[in-house]
Design a protein around this ligand. Structure first.
Ligand code: FES
Length: 111
């Protein structure tokens, strides 16, 4: 697979996130959290918290982390690693590019 359009750049403000559904090369649907950190830098991580099956995009973004709304683990948007308990496993980080007004994500390319 390759880069797919995830959303428009106007859809996510700095320190915010949204959930999108993309399809990987095997035809499987992947929930992706497209987020901008406090500096406005774009990120794409797996949207399902590694602790339980809730959406990270519904959490709060601060600095370069997103906080799971359910139990409070914060995930680094650059690495996908949890910085606080109870989550201990990372979430995937996907390749992302901005092309004009579009946000493109490659769910087959984790970084
Ligand atoms: S469900 Fe995310 S920290 Fe528990």
């Amino acid at each position: 697979m390759s880069l797919q359009r995830a959303c428009a750049t106007t859809e996510v403000e700095p320190a915010a996130a949204t959930q999108v559904t993309l399809t990987d090369g095997a035809g499987k649907q992947i929930l992706v959290c497209v987020a901008r950190d406090s500096d406005g830098t774009w990120h794409a991580i797996g949207d399902t918290c590694s602790h339980a099956r809730v959406s990270l995009s519904e959490g709060d973004v601060f600095d370069h982390e997103i906080e799971c709304w359910k139990h409070g683990s914060s995930f680094d948007l650059f690495t996908g690693k949890p910085n606080s308990l109870p989550a201990v496993k990372p979430v995937p980080v996907f390749a992302l590019e901005i092309s004009g007004a579009d946000v493109l994500v490659d769910v087959d390319h984790t970084i």
